[in-house]
Structures are given as structure tokens and as C-alpha cells.
Design a protein around this ligand. Structure first.
Ligand SMILES: [Zn+2]
Length: 139
């Protein structure tokens, strides 16, 4: 390939990338890649929410049991979690202590559960005065 051809190719692909097909291809490719990474992670940590049994894939997330998920991710410098967090889990051979939670349980978890001596225990919120069985019904 001579210099002129090289230049031509460069320009051609520069234009090509701007086209919708390229954009569509790229987003499909990323979606497939993202899906595969997520599947790997949830095959390891479980494909349903450990609290409520939610199985819809797009509702699942990986939860850090020590309630310091944000702190942890910041310390890994992989900001924002998401795909980079999943890749981190895979690269680190699925470290222990993470679990599958659906998005809604994840947001309710901190209020009602805590990670203690290697397992999940229900908090007994004094203000709520609820029986543990009732707490189970809430989740
Ligand atoms: Zn759930």
C-alpha cells in the first residue's frame, strides 16, 4: 500500500465511522460484550437476587457486603462501577463477599440488613419494632 492509498483508506474509514451503520454496529458490539461479561459474573455469583429471587437479568446488580461499595470502587480507580467493576471481578477471579441483588433490594438493603461475621443478618430497627418475619415480608 503506497502513501496515496493509505491516505485514501484513512479518509474512507473516517467517513465510514460517521455513518449510522457504524454507530449501530458499535453499540451492538458493546451491548454483546457487556452482556457476555455480565453473564460471566452472574453465573458465578448467582443469577437471581439472594433476597427476593428476582431473575430479570437487567434488574440484577452485584452488591458489596461491607456497605462500602462506593469506597471500594473508588479505591480501585474504576469509577462508577458498571462494566469496569464486572471486569475487575473477573480479573480478580471472583473475590468472595460479593452477591447478587436486584436493584430494588440493593437500595433497601442498607436499611434492613447488615453483613456480620461472614453472613447477612437482618437488622432489628428499634424505631420500626417489627418482628423479623415481618421484615422478611417487606423484602
Ligand atoms: Zn431483590
Amino acid at each position: 500500500m503506497n502513501e496515496k492509498q493509505r491516505e485514501y483508506h484513512k479518509l474512507y474509514y473516517r467517513e465510514y465511522r460517521k455513518r449510522d451503520e457504524w454507530k449501530k454496529y458499535k453499540s451492538t458490539y458493546n451491548a454483546i460484550r457487556y452482556d457476555r461479561i455480565k453473564t460471566d459474573v452472574f453465573n458465578h455469583y448467582g443469577r437471581e437476587c439472594v433476597f427476593c429471587g428476582e431473575r430479570r437479568f437487567n434488574k440484577l446488580s452485584i452488591d458489596h457486603p461491607n456497605d462500602d461499595g462506593g469506597e471500594h470502587r473508588r479505591s480501585l480507580k474504576i469509577g462508577g462501577g458498571g462494566i469496569n467493576f464486572y471486569i475487575w471481578l473477573i480479573e480478580n477471579n471472583f473475590p468472595q463477599g460479593f452477591q447478587t441483588l436486584c436493584i430494588s433490594c440493593n437500595s433497601r438493603k442498607n436499611a434492613l440488613w447488615m453483613w456480620k461475621t461472614g453472613k447477612w443478618v437482618k437488622k432489628q430497627p428499634k424505631c420500626l419494632k417489627m418482628h423479623p418475619e415481618q421484615l422478611g415480608a417487606v423484602l
